[in-house]
Design a protein around this ligand. Sequence first.
Ligand code: SAM
Length: 375
Amino acid sequence: MDKITLIATAAMGLEGIVGQELRDLGYENVKVENSRAVFEARPSDIPRVNLWLRSADRVKLLVGKFNAYSFDELFENTKALPWEQFISEDGEFPVIGKSKKSKLYSVPDCQAIVKKAIVERMKQKYGIADRLEETGAFYRVEVDINKDEAWLTLDTSGSGLHKRGYRVGQGEAPLKETLAAALIQVTNWRGDAPFVDLFCGSGTIPIEAALIGQNIAPGFNREFASENWSFVSDRYWDAAFEEAEDKAQYDHPVNIQGMDIDPKMIEISKANAMEAGLGELILFKQMQARDFKPVEKGGYLVSNPPYGERIGDRKEVEKTYRQLGGTMKDFPTWSVYILTAHPQFEKVYGTEATKKRKLFNGFIETNYYQFFGRK
Ligand SMILES: C[S@@+](CC[C@H](N)C(=O)[O-])C[C@H]1O[C@@H](n2cnc3c(N)ncnc32)[C@H](O)[C@@H]1O
């Protein structure tokens, strides 16, 4: 097996960033579609992309796709796919599913049919008369039907890629690590200028910035489902971890700070950074945003402040935005990036953004306001 098709799934709005990450990793012909980037690869790329993708949710392997208007078609087309090339004889393979705008809308039925078709195929190919043991490696199969087109995939990641393995503590509204990485990648900060998050909470943005600044693969501290798959050989995993080790620039100096008004959050940030192996690298300190006065030029402020959605919080939050806007006017070489759901953010902050981008923070629709600093 040489060529395979991989799908890097992403939250709505982040697919373009994931596409760019893939191109930066050297993949060509990356097709960016709604909530996913699809690309051609080889089995040895499965470890690489899982280790390196910063803003993707998961990496799935496309086993096949076809039109399915009836359960018979779903069954026969699923059975015709080469499952035995991927799933080992004793593999455990639960099937999950979704369906949108399609004739086959009963997801439990689709799942059951796909399961049955794969079982039949595997029994035939492996020459097993009895039931399959399913005591071995874990392969999560997904049947995703959209406008009558079924995509059958295997999830190579296991838990979502946002689970980097460093979050030992969190606050009330932590940002997903994948979204934090995307917010940083939207800026052109690449490690050489001062970087500050004034509302750091559990430290997600500064930690992701440190990983980017030192070119550390975000997945270095976790495990992946496909580590146990026989067609993704241990050699590929070893090579990918070695490449990650070679490319990491642990000596690259970075100037990253995280502040928060809440001393508890600073403790949590420090514990998370320590877990990520970045304890010495990021300066966390308890501080009110209004006390921020940059001392250097040309820095980047990237923050996810409170949105003021709870009744009673709004006035306080607006005061904070207003003060911040006032402060940053005096530091025109700084670039400021703020993610918020506040509908009048620019008005309260007092400056029109150079650019803005609609993004979802979980289910909350937010805007990412970007104020470019003067060169
Ligand atoms: C939405 S949370 C940030 C979550 C963070 N991005 C994370 O991943 O954990 C907003 C944070 O702003 C802090 N905060 C609120 N008002 C502040 C102020 N005036 N100055 C500094 N921090 C403030 C809160 O304590 C809270 O931790």
